[in-house]
Design a protein around this ligand. Sequence first.
Ligand code: AHR
Length: 655
Amino acid sequence: MKSVYKILSIVVLLSFSQFGYSQKQIYEFSLDTKKIGAPIQPTMYGLFFEDINFAADGGLYAELVKNRSFDFPQNLMGWNTFGKVEVRKDNLLFDQNPTYVVLSDAGHPHKRTGIENEGFRGMGFKQNEEYRFSVWAKTINTNEPQKIRIDLIDSKNDILITQQLTINSAEWKKYEVILTPKSTESKGRLRIFLDSKGEVALEHVSLFPVNTWKGRENGLRTDLAQALADIKPGVFRFPGGCIVEGTDLDTRYDWKKTVGAVENRPVNENRWHYTFAHRFFPDYYQSYGLGFYEYFLLSEDMGAEPLPVLSCGLSCQYQNEKEECHVPVKDLGSYIQDALDLIEFANGSPTSTWGKVRADMGHPEPFNLKYIGIGNEQWGDEYVVRLEPFVKAIRAKYPDIKIIGSSGPSADGDKFDYLWPEMKRLKVDLVDEHYYKDPQWFLNSAKRYDNYDRKGPAVFAGEYACHVPNRDNNFESALYEAAFMTGLERNADIVHMCTYAPLLAHVDAWQWKPDMIWFDNLSSVKTPNYYLQQLYVQNKGTNVMSLTRNNTSVSGEDNLYASAVYDKDQNCYIVKVINTAKESKDIRITLSGLKKNSHLSVGECLELKSDNLSLVNSLESPSNIVPQKTTARLDNNILIISANPQSFGLYKIQL
Ligand code: AHR
C-alpha cells in the first residue's frame, strides 16, 4: 500500500511540474547593447498648456478675483453690489481696461454701499496664510480721505478677516493690504464696504496669496506650478490648441495683448465659453494676467524649451466654414509681423522694440526661443497658403528658429494625408499631430511610427490622450498610453516632442476630460496619467536601444509592450515594460553584445499597477495609483522580471 502512495505522489508531482510550473511561459526579449541608437531629444516629453477647464484664470494663475477690472462685457459679472454703486468707463490710465466702479454713500445711516466678488466657483483661503489685497483707487469730489473695509468671508457668511484701508488721494493710486484668514475655506468671497461718507472709485481689484510659486507677485498657484515643474518637462507648449484660433478672429489669442502692465491687458472672451452647449460657461474670460511673458518665465523656471503657437489667420475651422471668417492671404501681414515680433520679444536685445518690452517687464536676458508653431488644428489648402508666407518670412529673418506646422485635427484621414506631404514641401521642421483616441486605438498604435518616412520633418505629438469623452482619468487610460508611448520612444529618431493634453481642469468648471491634473480651490490631484508622463520624462534616457522579441519590436503581442533606452549621464539602460494582461508575465531580457568585464547591477525599479482598470485618483483619494518600487533580478547578462498583471514597469540596469 505504501509503495502505491509513493508512486501516486511521484505521478502528482510530475504532472504539477509538467502542467503547472512549466506551463508558465517565459517571454524572451533581447536588448542589443552593441549599437547605441538615435539620440533622444531633450524636448522628447513635455507639457501642453491651454486655458481650458479654467486652467489659467481660476487655476494656475493665482488671482482669486474674477472680473477684477470690471471689463467683462457684463461689467458686474462675478460681483454683487449693494447701496450706491455706479459703473464708469473713462479710466484713461488703463485705456484698454477703462471700466471701474464708484462707491457712494448709501444716503441713510443704516444703509451701506459695497461690492462682493464670488471668485472662480468661490475663493480658496488657507488658515493663517497671507493674502495680498490690492486695488487702484481714488477719492471723488472730495479732498477728504475715504475709507473702505475689506472682508474675506466664508460660505456661511462669517468674516474670516477684516481690515480697513484709507484712500487718501484724488489721483489713481495703487493700495495694498495683507489679510490673514483665521480659518480655511474653499468657497470664500471678498467683500468691500465703503466705510466713510464720501465717494471712492475702485479699479483692478485683486487678491493673491502672498505665497505664490517662487514668491512672485502676479504669480502662480504653488501646488499647480510645482506639479508642472515636478514633471521636469523638456518642452512647454502654450497658450494651447483651439484657444489660439478663437471662436472667431476677434477672440483669437493675440500675444501682444498679454504683455506689459497687467492692469492694461484687455479682457478676452475665452473660446471655451461657448464650445459645448452641455458644458456652457458664460463667465469664462481671459484676463491675460497669465500672458506670454509669464509663460516664457514658467518655461525657463521649469527648464523646458518654450513653444508658443500663434494664429495663422484662420479662425477655428470647425466653427467658421466661410472664407470671410478668416484673414485673406493678402492681408496676413500683421499676423506674420506678430510672429516676427514674438521672436524679437523672446530673443531680441533690450534695445530692440520688443526686446525692450521684455526687459522692462524684468527679464533683460533673452528667453532663447528656438521653436514656434504656426496654426493649431488647421487643415486644407487654406492652411497651406497661409502657412507658406509665415515660413518664408521667419526663415528669412530667423533661419535658426524651428517651425512647427499642423497635420490637422486627427491622426489619419483625408486632412492628415493631404497635409503631411504639404508640410514636407514647405520644409517645416516638425509636424504637429493630434490624437484623442479610444483605448483600443492606443493599444493598436504602438507601431505607428515604426515605418514613418525618416527624411521629412520630425513629429511633434502635440496633443494626445487615451480618450473616452467625459470619462475620468482612470488607470486604463494611463496604462494604454504607456503601451503606446513605447512606440514614441522606440522611434525617437523621428518623434522629437510629445505632449499629453489637456493639462489642468477645475473640478467645478471643466469643459473637457480627461485631463492630467485636477484641482479645486484649495488642492489638486495628480492622475495616473500624470505619474505615467513623469516616469517617461524622467527616464527618457539619451539614446534609443533596440529591444526585440523574436527579432521584432515588442508592441502588443501577448499583451506586452516594451522599449529601452541608454542613459549616458547615469550610465544605465532603462527598460519599460507594459503588461496589459490580467495575469503576470515572466520575462527574461538578455543583454547581448556587452563589453567584456561589464559588471551589471539592478538599479531603481518602479511600477504603476492596478487590478482595477477603472480606478482613479481623486481629491479625496489622491494616491490610489502612484509609482511604487518593484524588483528585478540579474542572472549574469539576463534581467529577469515578473511583470505584474496590468502594470507599467520601469527597470534600470546599471553599468
Ligand atoms: O485639448 C483640447 C482641444 O483639443 C484643443 O484645444 C484642440 O487643439 C483639440 O481639438
